[in-house]
Ligand binder design. Structure first.
Ligand code: CMX
Length: 136
């Protein structure tokens, strides 16, 4: 699999408007993008620290992944995302290793990245996202 770096850490929040000013202060850097990802039923806000981003996630639908997470667990770290090269092959390898895939094929996520999730039940409880930036 050999990720090149941690692409981002996803944090579920109830309200972007409340969380953004806090993270701007904590990280000492402005939020550089707010984007709705309709397919994922979230609004996202991004901060950059070196090569890694912090992605705040606000639910737009209580039945979506983040909506359910907040109902069941409250706000907090939702997922970790690793940058990889050749995501399709990495997914194939993961499947062959017996890792449970949520997405068997890459799909489009925030910032135009190709993304795919691994199920937390086969990654020691951590929802894991793999991403590839094909625009690089
Ligand atoms: N981290 C760790 N465990 C999680 C989790 C998370 N983020 N979300 C759910 N789970 C666990 C639950 O705790 C639950 O565990 P138990 O059975 O032990 O209680 C189990 O997974 C099932 O939870 P659920 O609430 O019934 O949720 P679903 O099975 O319907 O969905 C999941 C869980 C991970 C398959 C779904 O959230 C998913 O497909 N996630 C990937 C997509 C996503 O998260 N999109 C939002 C972010 C998009 C973005 O970054 O752009």
């Amino acid at each position: 699999m050999k990720p090149t770096h941690i692409e981002h850490i996803g944090i579920a929040v109830k309200q972007l408007e409340e969380a953004i000013p806090f993270y701007e202060k904590l990280l000492g850097t402005p939020c550089y993008s707010i984007e709705e990802v309709a397919e994922q039923k979230v609004r996202t806000a991004f901060f950059k620290i070196g090569q890694t981003k912090i992605e705040l996630l606000e639910s737009t639908d209580p039945e979506g992944a983040v909506g359910k997470f907040i109902t069941n667990k409250g706000e907090g770290i939702h997922h970790i995302a690793f940058a990889v090269n050749d995501l399709e092959n990495v997914l194939e390898d993961a499947k062959n290793e017996g890792i449970r895939l949520i997405d068997t094929k890459p799909r489009k996520g925030a910032e135009g990245l190709d993304i795919a999730f691994l199920h937390p039940k086969s990654t020691f409880g951590v929802l894991t996202e793999l991403c590839e930036d094909k625009n690089k």
